[in-house]
Design a protein around this ligand. Structure first.
Ligand code: ATR
Length: 276
């Protein structure tokens, strides 16, 4: 009799450009784990049914990407404290007692910045641009690193203010619109907007990045994003894309599922080689 292989998947829409199957295949090879991981395209509005079906067929875990992170939050039977507060889930673990929801995006970002790039978040003035699902997932882990200030700025300022209220008890956090940033300066700017979809950079005021400051785009593509190009014109010390975060959040998920943490450095390197 052949041994059944544990099944995992990423669900999203669109999903064809997802790097997750490749990342998890590399993790599995590296740690000697036998598993099957594939990408599943899910129709909008169809997440709960697709996830239930996947679990019903013995699926062990899911990664969840746009636009289903809030649906996954609703779907989970049990939430970690961080996922509960974020209102977004990117990792589901199917267990005998029910489906557990976690959010590994924030820990992935923090690990990429602090461990892979040696950036000390403590004491820094940080600006997060955007107040959607991507921003929600990173605010708590960033605040736990004790920056001197964390500002969330959004095109729709009300949403930024809502997030500041939701996470404000965890540290020095405020919310505002882009115009309110005039005259302020930050050591690190994290782009959590979906402005790249319109091939645009968020309209940030001049001099909002301190000379030599760092810019991080949570998105990842073959070419530098409009935000990264904007950052390069701002005398930034470093301009980073979200590939490292993508691999780190996947490693957190892999550890939750398999109980072993893969080494991310060779995987990031392998993906960079393919992308270049
Ligand atoms: P995600 O889950 O990727 O965060 P989302 O919840 O749709 O996606 O949120 C998208 C974010 O990108 C929002 O903060 C959005 O701003 P609004 O709340 O004002 O819609 C932001 N965004 C999208 N297009 C943008 C653009 N062209 N310029 C600036 N911000 C933009």
């Amino acid at each position: 009799m052949t041994k059944k292989i544990d099944r995992y998947a990423v669900m999203g829409n669109p999903i064809d450009h997802s790097q997750s199957p490749r990342i998890h295949a590399l993790f599995a090879a590296q740690t000697g784990q036998a598993l099957d991981y594939r990408a599943i395209l899910v129709e909008r509005g169809g997440f709960a049914e697709a996830a239930r079906d996947f679990g019903g067929r013995g699926g062990r875990g899911l990664n969840v990407t746009a636009p289903f992170k809030q649906d996954a939050w609703v779907f989970a039977d049990l939430l970690s404290a961080a996922a509960e507060r974020a209102g977004a889930v990117n990792t589901l673990i199917f267990e005998a007692g029910g489906v557990r929801g976690e959010n590994t995006d924030g820990p992935g970002l923090v690990r990429d910045l602090t461990v892979n790039h040696g950036y000390p978040l403590a004491g820094q003035r940080i600006l997060v641009v955007g107040a959607g699902g991507a921003a929600r997932g990173i605010l708590q882990p960033l605040l736990l690193e004790k920056p001197s200030q964390l500002v969330v700025a959004n095109r729709t300022s009300e949403t930024a203010l809502e997030l500041a209220l939701r996470f404000g008890d965890l540290g020095r956090l405020s919310g505002c619109g882009f115009h309110d940033l005039v005259g302020q300066q930050f050591d690190l700017i994290v782009n959590a907007t979906a402005a790249w979809v319109e091939d645009a950079a968020p309209p940030l005021p001049e001099n909002v990045l301190v000379s030599g400051g760092w810019c991080y785009d949570m998105s990842y593509g073959k070419r530098p994003s409009p935000f990264m190009r904007w950052a390069q014109g701002c005398n930034a010390g470093r301009v980073l894309d979200g590939l490292g975060m993508l691999v780190e959040q996947a490693a957190e998920a892999f550890q939750l599922w398999r109980g072993v943490r893969p080494d991310t450095a060779p995987v990031i390197e392998a993906l960079r080689e393919v992308g270049s």
